[in-house]
Design a protein around this ligand. Structure first.
Ligand SMILES: C[S@@+](CC[C@H](N)C(=O)[O-])C[C@H]1O[C@@H](n2cnc3c(N)ncnc32)[C@H](O)[C@@H]1O
Length: 342
């Protein structure tokens, strides 16, 4: 959690600003390590001393005591009479993000380890950014990637599902690049009789089927292997494009939105979810959209887009009543919703 300088510390202006950023980066490393080592998990079972925590996890007691003090400074645990407990925020975070921790670590520590070389032009991507292709570059890391996607989805899914308009309860959803399938599952759970197809690259089949089975939604959510740029999309009353456009170029996205606007049934709805560096979303939201852009540039030569730009793709493709819904549960994320005339 961000460290807020006391009044006296805040007086030091430039130093406090730089130190806050430095300590946030340093602290994030300690926090993800604590997740990975199981520190939060064992403290959630019951409050424990540093010695007991270390013994349970096979760690060095002296170092564990230092780590717990760092986590206390950051607001993740609190100490009373020599034992540590997770704070309320940590109790919420543990089920929400624990499985996604390797993904967050990868983004911050591994991917951006190569950012300097990318910026200096010392490394190039092994493909053309707007080459029509399925993202096989991720094949090695599907599990880490999709666990990260699920952790992010856990943060906003309730609001996304609530805010997604479904014209006919017994209709059909086409979830393009639906990844793990979790959004489809929750949408179908909310609307009786609704069914969904997750259209994904073939490598995702096992992960989607496993997630669907874990939620006992086999009868309602199906998997289809394909490429949404080239395969016939069929038709659906609701088409989802969630977290897809930031990995594609502007011409690819235009083409994709055109394909989607043709595939959606008359009276149907297209719902897009992505990150936007929109100042009106507030400092946290703008920073998330902005950092995602730099991250996409670094990894795959792509970026996040502007809201007016995305709205224009929608209207150019013939979609009407195009609206934007910033998500309160996920700063920097917004839904763009467009309707095909009946
Ligand atoms: C960032 S993930 C988003 C997953 C999910 N929609 C979510 O919001 O959590 C993007 C997904 O798009 C899929 N994808 C990318 N290009 C594709 C294509 N041409 N055809 C089908 N799926 C594609 C990827 O396999 C990946 O799972």
């Amino acid at each position: 959690m961000p460290i807020t300088p006391s009044h006296r510390e805040g007086q030091s202006g430039a130093t406090a600003a730089f130190m806050t950023d430095f300590l946030s980066a340093w602290g994030f490393r300690a926090v993800v390590l604590a997740f990975r080592l199981g520190v939060f998990r064992v403290l959630t079972e019951k409050p424990r001393s540093p010695e007991e925590t270390a013994k349970l996890l096979g760690l060095d007691p002296k170092g564990t005591a230092f780590l717990l003090d760092v986590l206390d400074c950051l607001g993740y645990v609190s100490a009373h009479a020599g034992v540590y407990s997770p704070t309320e925020i940590t109790r919420h975070l543990v089920p929400m993000v624990s499985d996604g921790v390797p993904y967050f670590e990868k983004i911050v520590f591994r991917d951006w380890g190569g950012l300097e070389d990318r910026l200096r032009g010392a490394t190039t991507l092994p493909f053309e950014p707007d080459e029509p292709r399925t993202p096989r570059w991720l094949a090695q890391e599907w599990r880490v990637f999709q666990d990260g996607m699920i952790a992010l989805a856990n943060m906003n899914i309730e609001e996304v599902v609530r805010e997604t308009p479904v014209p006919a309860s017994a209709g059909h959803v086409l979830d393009l690049g639906g990844g793990h399938g979790f959004y489809s599952i929750e949408l179908c759970r909310r609307h009786q009789g609704l069914t969904s197809t997750v259209l994904e690259i073939p490598e995702m089949e096992r992960i989607v089927r496993r997630t669907v089975a874990a939620h006992e939604m086999e009868g309602r959510v199906s998997f289809r292997a394909g490429d949404f740029f080239t395969d016939d999309l069929g038709t659906a009353s609701v088409i989802l494009l969630f977290n897809v456009i930031h990995s594609k170029s502007e011409p690819q996205n235009r083409k994709l939105v055109e394909r989607v606007a043709t595939a959606v049934e008359p009276g149907g709805v297209v719902v897009l979810l992505d990150q936007f560096a929109a100042p009106e979303f507030g400092p946290l939201g703008r920073a998330f959209g902005s950092m995602m852009s730099l991250s996409m540039y670094n990894n795959i030569g792509q970026q996040t887009y502007g809201l007016p730009q995305v709205r224009e793709w929608f209207t150019q493709a013939g979609l009407e009543r195009v609206t934007t819904r910033p998500l309160d549960s996920a700063p920097g994320n917004a839904l763009v919703i467009g309707h095909r005339p009946a």
